[in-house]
Design a protein around this ligand. Structure first.
Ligand code: ZN
Length: 348
């Protein structure tokens, strides 16, 4: 997977990283921000590869002050992915690419101390040694202070790349010493392509999972399971066909919904998307998340007024809050189902 662009569709970060290498001006510290699952770590690794790619250094001369040469490729300074240096980084066996992530909930001071000891030595073989600190916001104050010393006196031929969701999550003295690069949520189209390419998922299903994932590749992968679509269809068919007259059926449905907390949360998220699709279909039919169900959505549109839909969103929000507060699952499910069914028009 050579090249910066191929990781996600993060065009702007890719351009910035490319420019650093083209100019041979590698900063001491970068901060990659963006939601989870948008490719920050993959980009950090790609940048480590690009900084050390033998393809970016076709001959041993003329080396500039940063140890980089301008290669024969005027535009793309992304990694080749096949040279010995790139391959070492891809297989996690490069001695000068060091990755630190939280051990349990935090990055501990011992991890930062070990890092400082390691960085006191020169890089073994890298042109630019790369330290990737993931979820840097989990550093406690002691670890943060230890890292601050490194940022104040950066080791030679070394770049620190921190990742975090938001710049404001970090200790300000650390954040201010890093050049920030923002990563956007990944587009639906690109997420779908990635699911098809990397997981072999069928295009229609990939489109649905991509739409549900809200811009996060990790979430798209977690969602992408065929059985999830079967369950979705079952949920929607049930909720649309139930009526208050059939209390027994409503209770049986509630019982199935409430067997497991995570599963219950997942189900109400699916119902929320379903009602959301009905609400937007009238104005933006092309914006459906469950676009494969558009015939069903169109029919449902005539059975739910906007007022009904708003009250359903409220009921779902209340149920979610109760589940997270460890309320009785069965009771929560029964209340939710009865209230959702209450506003179903007869004859559905
Ligand atoms: Zn290479």
């Amino acid at each position: 997977m050579p090249g910066f662009e191929s990781i996600t569709d993060q065009i702007r970060p890719a351009l910035i990283l490319n420019t650093f290498i083209r100019k041979g001006a590698i900063p001491h510290a970068l901060l990659f921000t963006g939601m989870e699952g948008v490719g920050k770590q993959a980009a950090a690794r790609a940048f480590a590869m690009a900084c050390n790619c033998l393809g970016n250094c076709p001959d041993e001369s003329p080396v500039n002050s940063k140890g980089l040469v301008s290669s024969g490729k005027p535009e793309n300074y992304g990694p080749c992915g096949v040279c010995s240096s790139c391959r070492k980084i891809l297989s996690n066996s490069h001695p000068d690419v060091i990755e630190i992530e939280p051990s349990g909930p935090y990055i501990r001071i011992s991890q930062v101390r070990d890092l400082c000891e390691l960085l006191a030595f020169k890089p073994y073989e890298a042109r630019i040694r790369t330290v990737i600190i993931s979820d840097a916001q989990t550093m406690n104050t002691a670890a943060g202070n230890a890292l601050l010393k490194l940022l104040e006196e950066p080791p030679e031929r070394t770049i620190l790349i921190l990742t975090a969701t938001e710049k404001s999550d970090l200790i300000p003295t650390i954040a201010s010493r890093c050049q920030q690069i923002r990563f956007n949520p990944v587009s639906r189209k690109r997420l779908a392509e990635m699911l098809i390419e990397s997981k072999g998922i069928e295009p229609v299903d990939a489109g649905i999972f991509a739409a549900m994932a809200n811009g996060s590749f990790n979430r798209a992968v977690a969602l992408s399971d065929k059985s999830r679509l079967k369950k979705r269809d079952w949920l929607i068919n049930e909720i649309e066909s139930l009526s208050l007259k059939e209390t027994g059926k409503c209770m049986a449905f509630a019982e199935r919904l409430s067997k497991d907390k995570e599963d219950f949360l997942d189900s109400i998220e699916t119902l929320k998307i379903w009602y959301r699709d009905i609400a937007v279909f009238k104005y933006y039919p092309g914006k459906s998340i469950f676009f494969d169900l558009s015939d069903k959505t169109k029919t449902a549109l005539f059975r739910h007024t906007e007022k009904d839909l708003l009250s359903k969103f409220d009921e779902i929000r209340i149920a979610r809050k109760n589940i997270l507060a460890n309320a009785n699952l069965r009771l929560t499910a029964e209340t939710l189902v009865l209230r959702l069914v209450q506003s179903n028009s007869p004859g559905g």
